[in-house]
Design a protein around this ligand. Structure first.
Ligand SMILES: [Zn+2]
Length: 420
């Protein structure tokens, strides 16, 4: 059997195709789950995977509690109406709106909730969005949960960036358990500060509908010589405010490029490559959770490594979030170093993308992400109307795809890969 020449494989990571795939995905919109944009993107990806790999992916149906966004507004004193964005899965307010006072908790970390505990019941709490790609981030869903636990009537999260950029994201509400939640711009938040520390009264109106829905994960299995697999993952869905270009059209385009580069040689490699394009990642990682929970013990044991590509452009600096697996960290740093590619690693398990669902089942898994601990990078625009194509430089995307292809190839080719 012909040996695999690594240089030839990596040469197939073609910058031109990468960029045209990225543009095509962005042109289909933000891919919010349950919208036509999501369906069109999935169809496009299935077609491109089949073209690039010579085999069509299988669609795995995932039933979930769907949610449709309606109008959302915020009315302040004097009847002035300001723009806000319902967070994903926010319950609707009563038709007349939710009228309550706002209590501004600043950033909204645990200590802020503690300090203002007496002022929270029955009020709408206001907290700040923060840079998500960092070790010390307090996730929006934690802030939301604290607000609920302390008896808040509603939840507002304000952008930390100037420029009329409201933020979106998941609320963490579940059917029957949630309070109305919306994102606002930094400028809007300024209208919510009462004079002399008073709590201004506002009326929050959110229309939304929930009901059973179905989406699909796309799985393409490219067998190798043995039973082992390397899973290359990226999430399809995004948000409605923009193109979700960095998060995660970048990961999808890179995954297509890696799949196309490795497909012709997979059967000659030690283990196969499985491309897994998940949906409803923005729904608390629901698509990948459904997939991992559906795997039997032998199937899980056969997965030697998961490479999750999520937000891999917007900065040229890439970090592997290695989910507590020391062996994974060593493997990726050695592999990148030997190839002369820059890569950093961050070891604690982070529940911020689909790799988490594999890692909690003991499957070695990492997320490749750009801009980690780099709050001034373009990744700061993720979840805002500014997550658009112009925030990505072609060389960033090429660098990410080349690194991902190098890691995937080495993982597929290495005879003994004991990363557990
Ligand atoms: Zn993402």
């Amino acid at each position: 059997m012909r040996t695999v020449r690594w240089g030839e494989v990596l040469k197939r990571v073609d910058g031109g195709a990468l960029w045209s795939d990225l543009e095509a995905i962005c042109a289909l919109g933000g891919r919010f789950a349950g919208t036509e944009s999501e369906v069109l993107a999935r169809d496009f990806l299935a077609g491109r995977l089949a073209e690039a790999c010579g085999a069509a992916p299988v669609a795995h149906a995932v039933e979930y509690q769907g949610w449709t966004r309606g109008e959302a507004t915020l009315e302040i004193a004097g009847g002035r109406t300001l723009f806000c964005v319902a967070l994903v899965r926010s319950p609707a307010t009563p038709p007349g709106g939710l009228e309550a006072e706002v209590v501004d908790l600043g950033r909204g970390e645990a200590a802020d909730f503690e300090r203002c505990a007496a002022a929270i019941p029955g009020r709408i709490v206001l907290v700040r969005h923060e840079y998500m790609f960092a070790a010390g981030t307090v996730h929006r869903r934690r802030k939301y949960a604290w607000a609920m636990e302390r008896g808040a009537a509603g939840f507002l999260i304000a952008s930390h960036l100037p420029g009329e950029l409201p933020v979106t994201g998941s609320s963490g509400a579940e059917p029957g358990r949630g309070i109305p939640a919306a994102g606002v711009s930094a400028e809007t938040a300024r209208h919510l500060n009462g004079e002399n520390g008073s709590n201004p009264r506002i009326r929050l109106r959110i229309a939304s509908e929930a009901g059973p829905a179905c989406t699909e994960n796309l799985i393409l299995d490219l067998p190798g010589r043995g039973p082992g697999r390397v899973v290359l993952a990226a999430h399809i869905d995004g948000h409605h405010l923009a193109q979700s270009a960095m998060d995660n059209a970048s990961g999808l385009a890179a995954a297509l490029a890696v799949a196309g580069a490795l497909a012709p040689c997979c059967e000659r490699l030690e283990r196969g490559l499985r491309i897994a394009l998940f949906s409803i990642e923005e729904w608390a990682l629901a698509g990948s959770r459904h997939y991992v929970e559906g795997l039997g013990p032998e199937e899980r044991a056969a997965i030697d490594l998961v490479l999750n590509l999520d937000s891999v452009a917007g900065s040229p600096r890439l970090t592997a979030l290695t989910s507590g697996f020391e062996g994974v960290e060593r493997f990726v740093l050695e592999t990148a170093g030997a190839a002369g590619l820059e890569l950093r690693a961050h070891r604690p398990l982070m529940a911020n993308s689909d790799h988490y669902n594999f890692a909690v089942h003991g499957i070695p898994a990492l997320r490749l992400v750009a801009g980690f601990d780099e709050p001034s990078s373009n990744l700061k625009y993720v979840l805002t109307p500014a997550d658009t194509l112009d925030k990505i430089r072609p060389e960033e995307l090429e660098g990410a795809a080349l690194l991902a292809a190098t890691l995937a190839l080495r993982a597929c080719a290495t005879p003994e890969l004991a990363l557990r």
